[in-house]
Design a binder for this molecule. Structure first.
Ligand code: S3P
Length: 174
């Protein structure tokens, strides 16, 4: 995608997609959509309840539908869920529809963040603290093949927003 009017932030749970997305949107004066929040609003349920009552595969269908509903939007920054790129050809869809940015982090940095916030995350709720880093490392290795297709790959731990903006500005329709 040469000149995009949508930006998709992708990366593992805890990589700061929503925070970076909100900040980017405010700098660009674009709107902001958090894909998980969009699903929660449509379903009238929180993500953990969707997973426990409807199951992951239905959640993945909702996620891919919610993503495609954004097709007509422009000048929007979208923070996706950690699994979004890895299902239903969603990564292809994002690569074709906008500028994709991967907030990359190591398993140990992700663990430090996720240890404090695993409760609202259904994939982590049954993982013992001692196994968390191993789980993250394995899941990340599995997902890296999707994440690494992003057009821009940047450090999620210390996201340098001004550097990111300089990369983005050449590739978007302002
Ligand atoms: C998921 C990540 C979550 C949410 C759901 C599944 C995943 O989003 O979509 O719990 O598969 O990695 P965050 O990345 O915002 O935590």
């Amino acid at each position: 995608m040469q000149h995009a009017s949508k930006i998709f932030l992708i990366g593992f749970m805890g990589s700061g997609k929503s925070t970076a997305g909100r900040r980017l949107a405010s700098y660009l004066k674009w709107s902001f959509v958090d894909l998980d929040e969009k699903i929660e609003n449509t379903e009238g349920m929180k993500i953990p309840a969707i997973f426990s009552q409807k199951g992951e595969s239905l959640f993945r269908e909702m996620e891919s539908k919610a993503l495609r509903e954004l097709q007509p939007e422009s000048h929007v920054v979208i923070s996706t869920g950690g699994g979004t790129p890895c299902f239903s050809n969603n990564m292809e869809f994002m690569l074709e529809s906008g500028l994709t940015i991967y907030l990359k982090m190591t398993p140990s940095s992700l663990k430090r963040r996720l240890v404090r916030s695993s409760e609202g995350r259904p994939l982590l709720k049954d993982i013992d603290r001692r196994d968390l880093e191993g789980f993250i490392a394995a899941k990340l290795a599995e997902r890296e093949k999707w994440y690494s297709r992003a057009e821009i790959i940047t450090d999620g731990l210390n996201t340098d927003l001004s550097y990111l903006l300089s990369l983005i500005k050449k590739r978007i329709i302002q």
